[in-house]
Design a protein around this ligand. Sequence first.
Ligand SMILES: NC(=O)c1ccc[n+]([C@@H]2O[C@H](COP(=O)([O-])OP(=O)(O)OC[C@H]3O[C@@H](n4cnc5c(N)ncnc54)[C@H](O)[C@@H]3O)[C@@H](O)[C@H]2O)c1
Length: 336
Amino acid sequence: MFQVAIVGSGGMGSAHAGCYAAIDNATVVGAMDIRLEAAQSLAARHNAKAYTDFNRMLDELRPDIVDICVPTPWHAEYVCLAAEAELKGIVCEKPMARTIADCDRMISACEQTNTPLFIAHVLRFFPEFIRAKELVDAGAVGQPVTVRTRRGGPFPHAWSDWYANYEWSGSLVLDMIIHDFDWLRWTFGEVERVMAKSVYGKNISELDYALVTLRFKSGVMAHVEGTWADPSGFKVSFEIAGDKGILDYNFNQPTSPPFQIAQKVTKAQGVGVAVPESPLAISPYQAELSHFLSCLEQGVTPSVTPADAKAAVVISLAALSSMEAERPVRISELVS
Ligand SMILES: NC(=O)c1ccc[n+]([C@@H]2O[C@H](COP(=O)([O-])OP(=O)(O)OC[C@H]3O[C@@H](n4cnc5c(N)ncnc54)[C@H](O)[C@@H]3O)[C@@H](O)[C@H]2O)c1
């Protein structure tokens, strides 16, 4: 049985805890948060202990797994602390970190203590995205040439409105369409160059919209759109065009009206982060955590490596640089 301690008891901390509760060989033993009431509320739902002090939680509970679901800028601090605690493994939500230096710090801390680190890039566990990659790999569209992805939902209002703070969240480019960057890189290989534009740039607005184009080393071009101005639910679509056919996928939350004009959602109306609904018995979020636990049991490397997670951060940061500089940015300008 894996004993799990959750760090950050907000939206994703609660979601991860719910997933562990449904996994046979895992149990949530602790919940930590800077807000005692948040930790207590999550702990109460799982018959676990609540903490506001990370080290105390680790000393008292000696968990096997620490699962980090705090806002992005604090991922590195907790991963580095957890790496020293002789754990069986660390889970950390995406994006891996707000900066490349933090990604490097996390990777080297975990390497030094030989602690497996799993960054939760959940799109790799959505059946439709797995199937699309399988079809591309099997040559169903022939040689891929262009790809279009779109992801949208309502603006996320969470602790301290941290998603609205560019220095913290990195806007929807680092926070949301990083999902697509990771899946695209998994499916089409390394990215060479990025060009991006968004409506609001660093002055994040609830009506934000970004378009990022990626040129892959293979020559494939991707057109990646994201918005926090889809108030009517979650929408995801993609299209892959190759020389033998086009693969097309479209998901609209069932509650989405066919036509709606985006308007600002007030903080009072807003709820945390919207995620796609899943009709599956085992949600992709549960599947990714089960995957990591079974990799630990079998001593094999998880399907998403820390290097993959860093690469997705690098693509996102290249897009942010491109938005600021208003020019294409090569990945090689950020990492050698
Ligand atoms: N994979 C996905 O689909 C997905 C969806 C949403 C969010 N996320 C990611 O999950 C992470 C958390 O996002 P969220 O929506 O749950 O945020 P949230 O604001 O709902 O929850 C964050 C919690 O962390 C606590 N906190 C803040 N600073 C802390 C600190 N220094 N130490 C301990 N606790 C602290 C807050 O009190 C809050 O309860 C982010 O990195 C976000 O990008 C991933």
